[in-house]
Write a protein that binds this ligand. Sequence first.
Ligand code: MN
Length: 342
Amino acid sequence: MSAPLKPSEIQKARELIASASRIVITTHKSPDGDAIGSSLALWNLLRAAGKHAVVIVPDELPEFLKWMHGAKEIMVHQRARQETEKRIAESDLVFMLDYNHLSRTGALEPVLREHKAPFILIDHHRQPEEFPAVVYSDTAQCSTAQMIYKFMVWMDWKQHLDRHSGECIYCGIMTDSGSFRFPSVTPETHHIVAHLVEHGVDHAYVHRMVHDNNREERIRLIGYALGHKLEVMDDCSTAIISLSEEELQRFNHQPGDTEGLVNQALSISHVNLAAFFRESGEEVRVSFRSKGSFDVNRLARESWNGGGHFNASGGSTREKLDEALTRFRREIRLQANQIRQS
Ligand SMILES: [Mn+2]
């Protein structure tokens, strides 16, 4: 539902920021374009407003997001546990961006959970945690980056918007909206990006940096996945792609390499549900996408320890890859009618 911040909450957020001297911005593990875009947009805006802030992410960000202004200053918990945990312990305000629950930060969860400073949550996933001092949660927004734009207006920071923060916001909106094609895009989205372009954002540059920045190995991995690992269950209108750790290593897999792969499977005309399974250490990570009325948020919540949005979600399991796939196929057959008719 659409839920802007109330005037009292805007006031509260302003006071928290005004009185903070060491701000930490956090986002979810396996950060995507919206996670990094919204975090760096806020980081650039806070700095322009004279505040000290640091972005801390749970694990490595993909190469295709490292062009954004401030990306080099991002601290990665997995690589620098002590330093990042010290920064968090010393902070007096923490932002939670693009995630609804601390469990989405993996190994950072206990560190954040026991930290006593106030938190501000800005996110568009369902069912946010309720503990933060300010919760700006709105599942009708296409991206957290779009919410950062609105937050910027409420904080009276419009004069600080420049090409750098604008590019980060643009990148978050673009990547989370499938380049402005998902139903979550509204006239407001287009007004916002028009305003960003007026402020110096070169949209062609952002597209090029995100989409035309591939390593040859990544393109070959995608070719292999689509050519050899795509399984279409015609009677269930479902497509599955799975990759084992060994297969990923064969193509020197880097974070973000399989980003968007599940959408390729969903683009088949009669496919209404697409799933991507990826072996990762002790677990198997899974992404779901659907067209129309099949709720993959529910699917991820009920049997894959995850969640997300109605048409895009994810989860994980401790099963072996083969076991997870077998269970998924069985589950899907039981819901074949629903998927076909969605
Ligand atoms: Mn998002």
